[in-house]
Design a protein around this ligand. Structure first.
Ligand code: FES
Length: 156
């Protein structure tokens, strides 16, 4: 004698619907994971609008009123920090990333030099050369151009 067929219950009737929902959620999880991985990679490879230079590769960073004689200021050159100093020889600009361990340097009015806050590395404002401290190399220079009262920087 054969066993009687098991009658369909509500649970067996709704199982394909649950599987479909679980598959859909699984697919959504895969798509979300891929998006979380791809988005930062694309953000790194494609520069943002704020990181783009204007025509000629120049980036407007400040006005001459922002950096008086004998002063200096860290500015944003796109997404990278730069430092502009107003020396006796004129405006000079360098990457503001310390060549020791990558801290952002700053202008120090008291010592009249560019100083790294991390290990007290000091740089000559007129040349970017290391004056003292652990930095192994000078700050990389940037080109400075002034148009009217606007200061532009570009890669050297
Ligand atoms: S990171 Fe600048 S002196 Fe060490």
């Amino acid at each position: 004698m054969e066993p009687a067929p098991i009658p369909a219950t509500d649970a067996t009737v709704t199982r394909p619907g649950r599987r479909r929902v679980l598959r859909w959620l699984g697919g959504l999880t895969v798509v979300s994971t891929v998006a979380m991985v791809v988005t930062p990679v694309l953000g790194f490879l494609v520069p943002t609008r704020s990181g783009r230079a204007v025509a000629g590769g120049k980036v407007l960073v400040a006005t001459t009123a922002d950096i008086p004689a004998g002063g200096g200021k860290v500015v944003a050159m796109g997404s990278a920090p730069a430092i502009v100093v107003n020396t006796e020889q004129g405006l000079r600009a360098y990457s503001a990333i310390c060549t020791h361990l990558g801290c952002v340097v700053a202008w120090n009015d008291l010592i009249g030099a560019i100083q790294c806050p991390c290990h007290d590395g000091r740089f000559n404002p007129a040349s970017g050369a290391v004056i003292s401290g652990p930095p192994p190399a000078p700050l990389p220079p940037l080109n400075v151009t002034v148009e009217g009262d606007q200061i532009f920087l570009s890669e050297a």
